[in-house]
Every structure is written in C-alpha cells, then in structure tokens.
Design a protein around this ligand. Structure first.
Ligand SMILES: Cc1cc2nc3c(=O)[nH]c(=O)nc-3n(C[C@H](O)[C@H](O)[C@H](O)COP(=O)(O)OP(=O)(O)OC[C@H]3O[C@@H](n4cnc5c(N)ncnc54)[C@H](O)[C@@H]3O)c2cc1C
Length: 285
C-alpha cells in the first residue's frame, strides 16, 4: 500500500481554464475553488482519483525553474473531442507566528487566481495514490477533510461500480469547516448517495462547531461517537485505513484514536501494527 513518489515531469501539456468558481461561502475563512481545465491534445487518458501536476514557471526563491504541485482529479470527461478535468484547490497561506508575515503557497494561489481563458501547464496524470485491497472481504475506513474527499469518491466508485460485490465494511468519515463547503457533498454533486443503499457502506459527516470562527472540524467527535465499531474494525486483520486531506487532521485523528483505543500506548501499538502490515495509508498536505 505505497504512495506514488516518482513523478515524471516530461511531456508537459497546456490546459485552458474554462471555469474557476469558489465553493466556499464568501464569509468562510477557507478559499476552496473548483477549476475546470480543458486539454486539446488527445488522447489524454485520465480518471477521477488520479492526480495531475501543475507546473508554475519561475523564477522561484530557491532557484528552481518550475514549482510543481499535485492536485487530485475530481472528474475527467471527453466532450467535443477534448478532455476536461475538474480539480478542487484550497488556497494555502502560511502565517509566520513570529514576524506575522503571510507566505502564499505558490501553486495554489496561481490556480485560485486563474481567470477563464488562462493557460496552465500540466504534467502527469499520475496513478491513484491509494490501492484498493485485493480481497473483497476487506474492511475499509476512509477519513478525509476538505479536498481530501476527492480520492475517496473515486475509491468508493471503484469498489462498488468497477469491482462490485464488496463484502467488507466500508466507512467514510469526512469533514469540512461548514456544511456549505462540504465539497461535492451538496445536492448537485453528491454522488455518494448512489451507494447509500449498499449494506456495507456508511458515511459520516463532521462540520466545525463555529464555522466562521475558523474552529477545527469536529471529526474527532464523529469518530468517537462510533468508537466501538471503529475500534472493533481496527482489531480485525483485514481492515485498511486511508487518511487524506489537510495535515492538521493528523492531530485531531490521533486524539480521537487515542480515546477510542482507551489510552496512548494502546493506540501507538495498534497504529504501529497497521503501518507494519501496510494497512495504514496517508495522503496529507
Ligand atoms: C497526491 C496529492 C494530491 C493532492 N491533491 C490536492 C487537491 O486535490 N487539492 C488541493 O488543494 N491540494 C492537493 N494537494 C496538495 C498540493 O499538491 C499542494 O501541496 C498545496 O496546494 C500547496 O502547494 P503550494 O504550491 O500552494 O504551496 P507551497 O508554495 O508549496 O507552500 C506550502 C505551504 O507552505 C507555506 N509556506 C510558504 N512559505 C513558507 C515559509 N517560509 N515557512 C513556512 N511555511 C511556508 C505555504 O503558504 C503553503 O501553505 C495534493 C497533494 C498530493 C501529494
């Protein structure tokens, strides 16, 4: 269960921005956008859940010619002989706690500031970061925040539509700052509803208690509420855990898992066992 680490940046492809809309409400502190990119050079074989690299040309502070960052393909389709890719981008900023300076993330700002008609340079696409277990009786726990939901939509589709007959239990815990910014979970885009009648599938949503204050997402509460089941699944040898999205979810998750395990040491040992058995995968950024 290894994450893809080598990214071939040969054969860059130009893509035209045909849409750039903000998904998060104006009053939200988060700026998450959905962009549609059009690729005129066909064939461009790609699938939801894979990722593309975006190259931002320099000069950059560290002398690198290009700054390359990855974005998960949320949708990919061909229309009128052209390929269209949808991605979700969260604008990243880092506020230095000592000097108060704000450092903008290069690729995320570059993408979020694009206007329709602009051209960006893509590399890839690269394979889905998570492997689906070979055994259909495997249990799967997915935990995602914000843009981290994108690979899970593709993952769930793969399990139920492409493989089919999945017998293991599948649990998705997902969260965002507000219900409104629940990416792809609003009425229009919620394709997860297609799977709610599967006996093995359950999805649990978590939102921030005080969204406009920038409070943490209550993902820990959502996991703790189902602690007994989660712990029982984690103790089965055929359970695989996948975590994706913002790296700050890590702390929240550790807290929740320590609680349901009944102590720090118990959780440390369990996590070690999951990692050693290649049953724990993370895609945090
Ligand atoms: C497989 C994969 C899929 C991904 N999918 C998505 C996706 O679907 N959507 C998405 O939004 N992201 C996704 N990411 C994350 C994405 O690739 C970028 O890492 C993210 O957008 C930040 O890139 P950036 O160029 O904007 O920031 P960078 O310029 O790389 O900076 C990184 C962070 O450090 C901060 N920083 C800058 N200067 C300093 C400093 N001096 N000190 C401390 N911090 C500083 C920046 O503000 C930023 O928050 C994915 C990552 C991977 C590995």
């Amino acid at each position: 269960m290894k994450l893809q680490r080598d990214y071939d940046t040969q054969n860059p492809t130009p893509a035209i921005v045909t849409m750039n809309v903000r998904l998060t409400p104006a009053e939200s502190v988060e700026d998450v956008r959905e962009l549609t990119l059009r690729i005129d050079r066909l064939p461009y074989p790609c699938a939801a859940g894979q990722s593309i690299g975006v190259l931002v040309s320099g000069p950059h502070d560290f002398g690198n010619e290009h700054h390359m960052r990855l974005y998960t393909i949320a949708e990919c389709r061909i229309a009128g002989g052209r390929s269209f890719i949808d991605i979700c981008v969260r604008r990243c900023d880092y506020l230095d706690p000592i000097n108060g300076e704000r450092y903008p993330g290069i690729a995320s700002h570059y993408l979020c500031d694009q206007t329709v008609g602009g051209t960006v340079t893509l590399v890839g696409p690269y394979p889905m970061p998570f492997d689906v277990p070979d055994d259909v009786t495997s249990n799967i726990i997915m935990i995602g925040v914000g843009t981290g939901i994108a690979p899970f939509r593709a993952f769930i589709k793969r399990i139920y539509d492409e493989i089919g007959g999945w017998k293991g239990q599948v649990r998705l815990f997902y969260g965002a700052q507000t219900g409104l910014e629940m990416l792809y979970m609003n009425d229009k885009k919620c394709d997860l509803t297609n799977y709610f009648d599967q006996d093995t599938f359950r999805a649990f949503e978590a939102v921030s208690p005080r969204p406009h204050m920038g409070d943490e997402i209550s993902l820990d509460k959502s996991i703790e509420e189902r602690g007994e089941e989660v712990w029982s699944l984690l103790n089965q040898p055929n359970t695989y855990v996948y975590v994706a999205g913002l790296s700050r979810i890590k702390e929240v998750l550790e807290r929740a898992m320590t609680k349901i395990a009944g102590g720090e040491k118990k959780w440390r040992l369990k996590k070690r066992e999951l990692i050693a058995g290649e049953r724990w995968s993370e895609l945090l950024y």
